[in-house]
Design a protein around this ligand. Structure first.
Ligand code: GP0
Length: 797
């Protein structure tokens, strides 16, 4: 990539553009403009500056006939965009100045933007980081997804219990997108297949329109921009005039309601699937529109369909878009006269699939009758794909089995490459979920360890550390994160360590202020900020953390004058609305917080805070302020984690298990800078065969027995003995996630953390070593590796 000069953006030109947009696009006089009006005007003025590089990128891709990457994902967890754009265009200073000249506070405007929360967690945020890196690396790419009217629900706590309300980011105008009414495809469902002269015809029962909305995604220094194209469902027929004329006004709206339901709401389940018809329709809806769109683009450029794989790489982000295989096969047969074998072969060369979990409840499978009813033609195509696979491999590994269509098997068989998301996870993929398929296709599985974009997750969210890094090693690290290694030469420099600690304090003060404004709580910023932020799930073991908190509380009360290390335990995360035990864990954390925070004996030493509605924007405030990163999943269960990378990069050492990418983080930052505990994946698996292990482990641990006894006695529930019987029963009787077995080692490791924290120099060096060692975890590295090993795609120079 050539480092061309960005067009000069001064605060004056930007100010003029903001004023013009306020007047002509928003229709407001400055005297009457609201915060919203200013935000729209600023966003539009910034968007104007993305358009040129966006056009230029499209032109270059077209002229050079470059291969394009199509990233199909049900989720894109974008967050806010103003800062993203000012930072990538390097116009933050100008924007701050321009707004100040207009009498406005830029940062107030920035935080007024609602998060685009079109995802649940790690999987969706990974897609967003990948879009950032694809643009930064100038790899021609489209992200394809759904323009949900309602993103992930908003979480509230009522009496400590999670409640949910609908999220409404599109209630306001979304300034970043361009509507493309001319780009629309008919998407069909249901009906039946008829045969005519050896050709199959699909006679669908239902049709909706997929209508495109484009958001340009600008890379670092504004050198390249790609497109995030999201599909909204619209009715083919706007309105049923006949019903209206009959006086049936509700019925008249039926076509519209039916269609819009498809892109109405993001399913809020993270790593579980519940086989709902609407979900299958969503998957087919966006996948079909995307495949039709990429074929149209490919043919419009005058290419021959036989060369498709040389110009198109399609990445399936999990199995949600796995129907892409049969859909592409269908279109090649019906519209391009391929025979079935050639069509399958072509689809195979274009498609690759990423697996994100081994949890059985996440593996998508559809009841065959439901599947055949919604997608009758694809059902048959899948049978043909299966037949060919069975005879080619001589195995008995089926896609359709026991009345289910298994999307993992479908994705694996159709793809030319299948990847896991961390070294450990990819090995487990080979040994467990896809063991048989791996034997049948031994060269198909490879690893691509996840990464995070350093632009959002350091440069933008942590200006204090960003400035120190640049002062210390110069700029360049933003797009070449391995440069952070140069910090290693400064780890024994007292001045550097002092500045490093000061940056952390700045961020902790910022977080404390944020929490004060939001929740009215006051934090001791010299206390260790110990943070666990992620979806609430048994395998992530937030309950292990809160049980350890209670045990620590007990110990402090037993001996209040000992040399304790003050801690603030911070939790953030949502539970799937139907996940009863996860919701119980949330309530327990809030109950424990209410008790402990009111204890005059301990409250200067131990505090628990759990701000509601954790999202990308909250992460941007919490992560830079973290001292300790909790990555305590049961080994073998967390595919990778990416929050672990963000925290470590921002100078928050990990207390964690050998799970997911923790293993690789520990190698990169150095074993001495990582607080390891717990069973390994192999030991965990073995332990499960050891009947009665949890009860024995609890009985062998006085601390844990005491804590569980307190919970059962109602210490945190106003004397209610039964409020947490689900959690207690689970721990005593099953404890599949081995909380009981890892408890004592976790508690002991926490006390080791306490001791190191008291040695300020030692602690700061540990934190800084984390930053220095994390360069490899840039999503730029991940994307380069996908480009080389899966897509055969190149950066445009
Ligand atoms: C995995 F299967 N992940 C799934 C899913 O449905 N949703 C989801 O967010 C996550 C994994 O749990 C992860 O380990 C991983 O880093 C992420 O996908 C991206 O690969 C932590 O969030």
């Amino acid at each position: 990539m050539k480092d061309q000069d960005l067009p000069l953006v001064t605060s004056e030109t930007l100010r003029e553009d903001i004023s013009r947009h306020l007047k002509l696009s928003i229709g407001k006089d400055p005297n009457h403009a609201s915060l919203y009006d200013w935000r729209m005007s600023l966003s539009l003025a910034l968007r104007d500056r993305v358009v040129e590089p966006w056009f230029a990128s499209t032109r270059k891709t077209y002229e050079g006939k470059h291969k394009r990457v199509y990233y199909l994902s049900m989720e894109f967890l974008i967050g806010r965009l103003i800062e993203d754009v000012t930072i990538n265009l390097d116009v933050e200073e100008a924007a701050v100045q321009a707004m100040a000249d207009l009498g406005q506070d830029y940062y107030k405007v920035v935080v007024d933007e609602p998060d685009a929360a079109l995802g649940n967690g790690g999987l969706g945020r990974l897609a967003a980081c990948f879009m950032d890196s694809l643009a930064t690396l100038a790899i021609p790419a489209y992200g394809y997804g759904i323009r949900y009217e309602h993103g992930l629900f908003e979480q509230h706590f009522e009496g400590g219990q999670q409640t949910e309300t609908a999220e409404g980011w599109l209630a306001q105008r979304h300034a970043w997108e361009f509507e493309r009414p001319e780009v629309a495809y008919k998407i069909h469902f249901g009906g039946y297949v008829s045969e005519e002269n050896g050709k199959s015809n699909w006679n669908p029962a239902e049709t909706v329109l997929a209508s495109a909305y484009d958001t340009p995604i600008i890379g670092w220094k504004g050198q390249w921009a790609n497109t995030l194209r999201l599909w909204a469902a619209k009715p083919v027929k706007l309105f049923d005039l006949e019903s209206f004329n009959r006086g049936d006004y509700v019925g008249a709206n039926a076509p519209e309601r039916l269609a819009r339901t498809i892109s109405r709401v993001l399913y809020p389940d993270d790593t579980t699937q519940d086989g709902k018809e609407l979900r299958l329709k969503q998957e087919y809806f966006f996948t079909s529109a995307s495949i039709k769109d990429l074929l149209r683009r490919f043919l419009a450029e005058g290419n021959k369909i036989e060369d498709l794989h040389e110009h198109v790489a399609i990445q399936l982000n999990d199995t949600h878009p796995a129907i892409a295989g049969p859909e592409l096969v269908r279109l090649l047969i019906d519209k391009h006269d391929f025979n079935i074998d050639d069509a399958i072969e072509m689809a195979h060369k274009c498609l690759a699939y990423t697996n994100h979990t081994l949890l059985p409840e996440a593996l998508e499978r559809w009841p065959e009758d439901l599947f055949a009813r919604i997608l009758p033609r694809h059902h048959r195509i899948i049978q043909m794909i299966q037949d060919r696979h069975l005879s080619a491999t001589g195995t008995d590994i089926r896609i359709i089995e026991h009345g289910n269509v298994k999307m993992g098997e479908l994705a694996f068989i159709m793809a030319h490459k299948v990847n896991g998301v961390s070294a450990l996870h990819s090995e487990l993929v080979k040994e467990t979920v896809f063991a048989d398929l791996h034997k049948a296709y031994p060269n198909r599985i490879l690893n691509q360890t996840n990464g995070i974009t350093p632009r959002r997750w350091l440069y933008s969210c942590n200006p204090a550390l960003r400035n120190l890094i640049t002062e210390t090693i110069g700029s360049g690290w933003e797009a070449d994160l391995e440069n952070l290694q140069d910090l290693n030469a400064h780890l024994d420099d007292a001045g550097f360590l002092q500045a490093y600690a000061a940056a952390k304090t700045t961020n902790k003060v910022r977080l404390a202020k944020w929490l004060k404004d939001r929740n009215g709580v006051t934090l001791d910023t010299s206390a260790m900020f110990d943070i666990q932020i992620k979806r609430i799930h048994e395998y992530k073991r937030q309950h292990l953390n809160i049980l350890e908190t209670i045990a620590l509380w007990n110990d402090i009360r037993d001996n209040p004058t000992a040399n304790w290390t003050p801690r603030v335990k911070i939790f953030g995360g949502k539970a799937a609305p139907g996940y009863v035990l996860a919701k119980s864990i949330i309530r327990l954390i809030n109950d424990v917080a209410a008790t402990i925070n009111n204890d005059p004996v301990t409250r200067h030493l131990l505090q628990v805070v759990y701000p509601e509605n954790y999202n990308v924007s909250m992460a941007e405030v919490l992560i830079p302020a973290s001292d300790l990163s909790e990555q305590i999943s049961t080994a073998g269960k967390e595919a990778s984690g990416t929050g672990n990378m963000k925290l470590s990069l921002n100078g928050s050492p990990t207390i964690g298990t050998l799970d997911g990418a923790n293993v690789e983080i520990r190698e990169h930052v150095g074993h001495e800078n990582f607080f390891l505990f717990g069973l390994t994946a192999a030991q965990a698996q073995e332990k499960r065969g050891d009947h009665g292990y949890s009860r024995r482990a609890i009985e062998a641990s006085p601390k844990l027995s005491r804590v569980l006894g307190q919970i059962g006695a109602g210490v945190f529930s106003n004397g209610d003995h039964h409020r947490y019987s689900d959690i207690l029963h689970n721990l005593y009787e099953h404890d599949y996630f081995l909380v009981s077995c890892d408890f004592d080692e976790y508690f002991a490791k926490q006390r080791e953390v306490d001791a190191v924290y008291q040695d300020v120099n030692h602690w700061t060096r540990t934190a800084a070593a984390n930053t220095a060692g994390m360069g490899w975890f840039s999503s730029d590295r991940t994307i380069r590796s996908y480009a080389d090993h899966i897509w055969d795609a190149k950066s445009v120079t």
